[in-house]
Design a protein around this ligand. Structure first.
Ligand code: NOJ
Length: 550
C-alpha cells in the first residue's frame, strides 16, 4: 500500500486526535496483551466516538524498558502486538473509516539492544560504525545539559566496558543517543521513514526532537544544527508523501517551540506543553490569568502549522515548563501524595486530577476543544478512567482500556493476573464503575457527552483554523475569548470557579449579532450597546455562534 493523498493537505488542522497504546486497547488473540488485531476490531468504537486520527505509541520490536521508546528494530512490529501484515490490515481498515494514523518516530535514541549500538560498541573508535552514537573518553563533555529522568539518572553519560568509552543519553542509560552529525545516521532515518510512508502512515510524532545534536558550551537543546536535521527530514517527507504530517515533541517554552515550525518547512504541528499545566493551574486557582498569560506569550505560527493541545497523555503531567513557584503550587494542589509524583511531574490521569468532578472534566475538555489547535484525547479519558500511582514509573496511567465491568475489563479473555497490567480496581474508577458498555447504555454518561462535543467541534472549522482574541473580563474567574475564521465567529465563555459567576462582556464589536448557544442551539438575547451579561454555573462554560441578523 502507498500513502493516501489527503484531500486537504492541511487535514491535521481540523483533526481530533486519539492517543492510545496498541498493548492497552484490546487483546484480539487472547494472550493478555493488546494487539493490532484487537485495535482493528475496535475501530468502530473510535469511529463512533468521532475522532479523526489515531496516534499510536511505539509498537516496534523493543526490550520494553521504556514502554517501546527503546527501539531495537525500526522496521517491524513487536511480536506481542502482531505482525507487519496485521499492521497493514489495521491501517487499511482505519483508512476505510477515514481515520488517519500517526506513528512514532523515535530517533533521538535507540535501545542499547539495537544492532547499530551493538555494532558501534564493538567497532574501533573513529570508525563509521562507532560514529552512529555519541562517545567520549570522559563524562565531562556537554556539562551544561540538564538531566530529564531525574528519578533514575544521575548523568547523561554511561560507561560502556565493551567500547571502553562513555556514551551519551538524554533519557534512560539503556537509550543511547544517535549521532546526528553522522550523515549515515540521517540516511538510515530516512530509510525508516520511507518504509512506513510506503506502508501508508499519515504522520510521525517526532519524539524528543530538541535533543538531536550536541555542542559543547550549550544546553544541547534546540540547536540550529538540530533544526537543520528537521528541515531535511521534512523535505524528505514532502518529496515522498506530501500531506504526511510531522508533529514535534518539544517540551519547551513557547518561544523555543516556535522555531520547530520554521517557515512552514520544519514540523506541521508541535505540542503546546506550557499551556497544559496552566489550564490545571487556572482551574485550581479559579483564575483565568495563567491561561491568558501563556497564550499571550505564544508567538504566531505559519498558516500551514498547528498547535497540538492535550490535557493528559501517557507521560506524567510535566512541570518542566513552569517556574519554581508554579511547580510547588501544582504539587501542592494536585499531588499532595508524593507517590503521585515522578521525575518533574505528576503521574495522574484527567479524572483523578480533578477528583472525578464531572463538571470540571467537561470544562477542561471544553477548553481543550475550543482553544486554537488540534485536540488530543488520551484513551480512556473519554470515560473518566482512573490510574494507580503505586505502579512503577508511568505504568499507572497505561492500564487496560475498560470495555466492560468484568475482572479483565472486557479487554482480554485471559484472567486479570495474566494481562500485561492489572486493570484499575478501586471503587471509584475500577472496571465496575467505569467502562464503555455501561456508558454506552447511559445517555448522560461522560462518553456520550464527549461524543457530542467532538461532533460539534467537527462541524465548525473555526475551532481548528480560527484566530483567538481574549475579551477583557471584569471577572477574573471567567475566561472569555472569540474565535474567528472569515465571517464565522464563535464566542467561548468559561467559569473557572466552583461557584456561579457573572460575566459582563464587552461585545461592542458585535452589536446586532445574535449569540446562538451551540450545544442546545438556543438563541440568546441580541448584542446591544451595553455590556453583555451572562451568568455561568460553577465550572460552567458556554459556546456561542455569533450570528449576524438578516
Ligand atoms: C518521550 C516519551 O513521551 C516518553 O514516554 C519517553 O519515555 C521519552 N520520550 C524517552 O523516549
Amino acid at each position: 500500500m502507498t500513502a493516501r493523498k489527503p484531500a486537504d493537505p492541511r487535514w491535521y488542522q481540523d483533526a481530533v486526535i486519539y492517543e492510545t497504546h496498541v498493548k492497552a486497547f484490546y487483546d484480539g488473540n487472547g494472550d493478555g496483551v493488546g494487539d493490532f488485531q484487537g485495535l482493528t476490531e475496535k475501530l468502530d468504537y473510535l469511529e463512533a466516538l468521532g475522532v479523526t486520527c489515531l496516534w499510536l505509541l511505539p509498537f516496534f520490536p523493543s526490550p520494553l524498558r521504556d514502554d517501546g521508546y527503546d527501539i531495537a528494530d525500526y522496521r517491524d512490529v513487536h511480536p506481542s502486538y502482531g505482525t507487519l501484515a496485521d499492521f497493514s490490515r489495521f491501517l487499511e481498515e482505519a483508512h476505510r473509516r477515514d481515520l488517519s494514523v500517526l506513528i512514532e518516530l523515535v530517533v533521538n535514541h535507540t535501545s542499547d539492544q539495537h544492532p547499530w549500538f551493538q555494532r558501534a560498541r564493538r567497532s574501533p573508535p573513529g570508525s563509521p560504525e562507532r560514529d552512529f552514537y555519541v562517545w567520549s573518553d570522559d563524562d565531562r563533555k556537554f556539562s551544561g545539559t540538564r538531566i530529564i529522568f531525574t528519578d533514575t539518572e544521575k548523568s547523561n553519560w554511561t560507561w560502556d566496558p565493551e567500547a571502553k568509552a562513555f556514551y551519551w543519553h538524554r533519557f534512560f542509560s539503556h537509550q543511547p543517543d544517535l549521532n546526528f552529525d553522522n550523515p549515515a545516521v540521517i540516511e538510515q532515518i530516512e530509510r525508516v521513514m520511507k518504509f512506513w510512508l510506503d506502508l501508508g502512515v499519515d504522520g510521525f510524532r517526532l519524539d524528543a526532537i530538541p535533543y538531536l545534536v550536541e555542542r559543547d558550551g550549550t544546553s544541547c537543546e534546540n540547536l540550529p544544527e538540530t533544526h537543520a536535521v528537521i528541515r531535511r527530514l521534512r523535505a524528505f517527507v514532502d518529496r515522498h508523501a506530501p500531506g504526511c504530517m510531522l508533529l514535534a515533541e518539544a517540551n519547551q517554552w513557547p518561544e523555543d517551540v516556535r522555531p520547530y515550525f520554521g517557515d512552514g518547512d520544519e514540523c506541521h504541528m508541535a505540542f503546546h506543553f506550557p499551556l497544559m499545566p496552566r489550564i490545571f493551574m487556572g482551574l485550581r486557582r479559579e483564575s483565568a490569568a495563567p491561561i491568558v498569560d501563556i497564550m499571550r506569550r505564544t508567538p504566531a505560527i505559519p498558516p500551514s502549522c498547528q498547535w497540538a493541545l492535550f490535557l493528559r497523555n501517557h507521560d506524567e503531567l510535566t512541570l518542566e515548563m513552569v517556574t519554581e513557584d508554579e511547580r510547588a503550587y501544582m504539587n501542592l494542589a494536585y499531588a499532595r501524595d508524593p507517590r503521585a509524583r515522578v521525575n518533574v511531574g505528576i503521574r495522574r490521569r484527567l479524572a483523578p486530577l480533578v477528583e472525578n468532578g464531572r463538571r470540571r472534566i467537561e470544562l477542561l475538555n471544553a477548553l481543550l476543544f475550543s482553544f486554537p489547535g488540534t485536540p488530543i484525547v488520551y484513551y480512556g479519558d473519554e470515560l473518566g478512567m482512573g490510574d494507580d500511582v503505586l505502579r512503577p514509573d508511568r505504568d499507572g496511567v497505561r492500564t487496560p482500556m475498560q470495555w466492560r465491568g468484568e475482572p479483565s475489563a472486557g479487554f482480554s479473555s485471559r484472567p486479570p493476573e495474566a494481562l500485561y497490567s492489572l486493570p484499575v480496581t478501586d471503587p471509584v474508577y475500577g472496571v465496575q464503575a467505569v467502562n464503555v458498555e455501561a456508558q454506552l447504555a447511559d445517555r448522560s454518561s461522560l462518553l456520550h457527552w464527549m461524543r457530542n462535543l467532538i461532533r460539534l467541534r467537527r462541524q465548525f472549522r473555526v475551532f481548528g483554523r480560527g484566530t483567538l482574541e481574549f475579551l477583557p473580563a471584569a471577572n477574573p474567574r471567567v475566561l472569555a475569548y472569540v474565535r474567528r475564521l472569515d465571517s464565522d465567529v464563535v464566542l467561548c465563555v468559561a467559569n473557572l470557579s466552583r461557584h456561579a459567576q457573572p460575566a459582563e462582556l464587552d461585545l461592542s464589536g458585535f452589536e446586532g449579532y445574535t449569540p446562538v448557544e451551540m450545544l442546545g442551539y438556543t438563541p440568546f438575547p441580541r448584542v446591544g450597546r451595553t455590556p453583555y451579561l451572562l451568568t455561568l454555573a460553577g465550572y460552567g462554560f458556554l459556546w456561542f455562534e455569533l450570528r449576524r441578523e438578516g
